[in-house]
Design a protein around this ligand. Structure first.
Ligand code: AMP
Ligand code: MG
Length: 489
């Protein structure tokens, strides 16, 4: 592997603790992402080597690697939780590639000063879910952190039962979270807060500087511009989640990426039967993170980020009042861009590239019908796409009890001449449903990794037919309804 460097480490000791990974004994490879390795310029030969296996297990460090655990805080389930930090993640450093630089992180490589009561480990079960979902989201075109490698071991960790452990190698331009900013803001450490904001702006949001060629409209106040840019990216991310039926499950502010990437895959779920109020996290008793609340929660989280940035916004704005006004303005992009992005995504799902007056109602009415019948969300959309593409609507009609209601709606859709090809490119055939992950997990727990590989293969290109994998595109079996996915990981 090429040499790593570590820009994050230049921020200084207030931002992290340097420490070596605690590796896994006798690691074995469970899965690798060939597409990500290619993108990073890592050869297939190196990826298959023992050196790579030991690096991914945390047993061997790469040239130039400066492993560290970063400190952050956050609001969890709406309550200020104070200091959290990378309890089981270690940033190894970053790799310079033709497509920019990417941070490499090990998740599950031992305790850190931020582990609190945790053991610093990740179990194979949740690591498979994180690995597959990262790559699945990428395949769907949704902004996400990526997963390069997954290695397992016989080392046990205690959860509800003893489970074997694993390490996921995660990759992203940056793993900085809203919670990193909240950490310094709540402590009143404004010098560090500014240092962090300047670092993020310089490296990831240079358009927030007034002297940039494509300066952001709020660039006179770079910190307000940063908030606006993050609002905008978060809007696009959550719109993509809603359109595809993805529930994140734990939208705490420490699980919100400053780059608008989906991060920290825990009790996530792709919707089965369409229930707008669906709660995927067994630990979320109040339904704070229900599917239909995700946009509001994203805004709430952006508001927290805005509060954290307020001291910096004020330094430029000159007064508290002016800073408040600038921060409110900087949250506007979420309010305007989220509905616009969602509308555009739903239009594409309906095969309607140009928007017309009745389209909003067309979308709302079909969602109402889906909710009434609890029709499977992904299957409905894909079946509709194939029905339009082949001008044969029986398969779509077969999904409904109230066929008259569907027929009436189909007349309105056909009136708009939907584009079947656009629909096939906008409605995936494959999403990572819980029962699919569960089947792959159970096989992997007895050392059969074939199902993980088969799932990865279809999830990387979920809009393609994959005729020999149709069993992965069907309705969930009855037992899927009894899967309880909690924060335990
Ligand atoms: P999560 O719910 O996975 O986003 O984690 C919330 C916080 O708990 C983060 O600071 C994690 O690093 C930490 N954490 C979760 N599980 C563990 C574990 N097994 N050991 C140490 N820290 C953990
Ligand atoms: Mg987290």
């Amino acid at each position: 592997m090429k040499e790593l460097n570590n820009h994050f480490a230049t921020l200084g000791a207030d931002f992290y603790t340097k420490l070596a990974p605690q590796g896994l004994p006798n690691p074995y490879a469970v899965c690798l992402s060939r597409t990500l390795a290619d993108a990073l310029g890592l050869s297939a030969q190196w990826m298959a080597s023992n050196e790579a296996l030991q690096v991914f297990a945390g047993n061997r460090t790469l040239q130039g690697s400066q492993p560290l655990a970063s400190v952050y805080s956050g609001h969890q389930f709406g309550v200020w939780a104070g200091q959290l930090g990378d309890g089981r993640a270690l940033l190894l450093g970053e790799l310079a590639t033709a497509r920019g630089s990417f941070e490499i992180q090990l998740k599950g490589a031992g305790r850190t000063p931020y582990s609190r009561m945790g053991d610093g480990r990740a179990v194979l079960r949740s690591s498979i879910r994180e690995f597959l979902c990262s790559e699945a989201m990428h395949g769907l075109g949704i902004p996400t952190t990526r997963a390069l490698a997954l290695v397992g071991s016989e080392l046990l960790a205690r959860r509800e039962t003893n489970e074997t452990t694993a390490v996921v190698t995660r990759v992203a331009p940056s793993f900085i979270r809203f919670g990193h900013f909240e950490h310094f803001a709540y402590r009143g450490d404004h010098a560090q807060l500014k240092q962090l904001a300047d670092y993020v702006i310089e490296r990831y949001y240079p358009e927030c500087l007034a002297n940039h060629a494509f300066a952001h409209p709020l660039a006179g106040n770079p910190y307000a511009a940063l908030l606006a840019a993050v609002s905008s990216r978060t809007a696009l991310m959550v719109a993509a989640w809603q359109a595809v039926g993805f529930c994140h499950g734990v939208m705490n502010t420490d699980n919100m990426s400053i780059l608008g990437l989906t991060i920290d895959y825990g009790p996530f779920q792709f919707l089965d039967g369409f229930n707008p109020a669906h709660i995927c996290n067994h630990s979320d008793e109040q339904g704070r993170y229900a599917y239909n609340r995700q946009p509001n929660i994203a805004y709430w989280n952006l508001f927290c980020l805005g509060q954290a940035l307020l001291p910096l916004i004020e330094q430029v704005a000159g007064s508290g009042e002016a800073a408040q006004a600038a921060a409110i303005e900087a949250l506007e992009p979420f309010k305007s861009e989220f509905p616009a992005a969602l509308q555009a995504k739903m239009q594409a799902k309906l095969g309607l590239p140009d928007r017309q007056d009745g389209d909003k109602a067309l979308i709302e009415d079909v969602l109402t019908l889906l909710a009434k019948e609890r029709t499977d969300y992904a299957i409905f959309w894909r079946t509709l796409a194939t029905s339009v593409a082949h001008n044969h609507f029986e398969p779509a009609r077969d999904l409904f009890v109230d066929r008259a209601a569907l027929d009436a709606w189909l007349i309105r859709l056909k009136d708009r001449h939907p584009n079947g090809q656009l629909m096939l490119q906008s409605n995936p055939q494959f999403v990572l449903r819980n029962h699919l992950a569960q089947t792959a997990i159970e096989k992997a727990q007895v050392k059969d990794f074939s199902e993980v590989a088969r799932l990865l293969n279809v999830l990387e290109t979920p809009f393609e037919e994959h005729r020999d994998s149709q069993d992965l595109a069907g309705h969930p079996p009855d037992w899927a309804a009894h899967l309880a996915i909690s924060c335990s990981s």
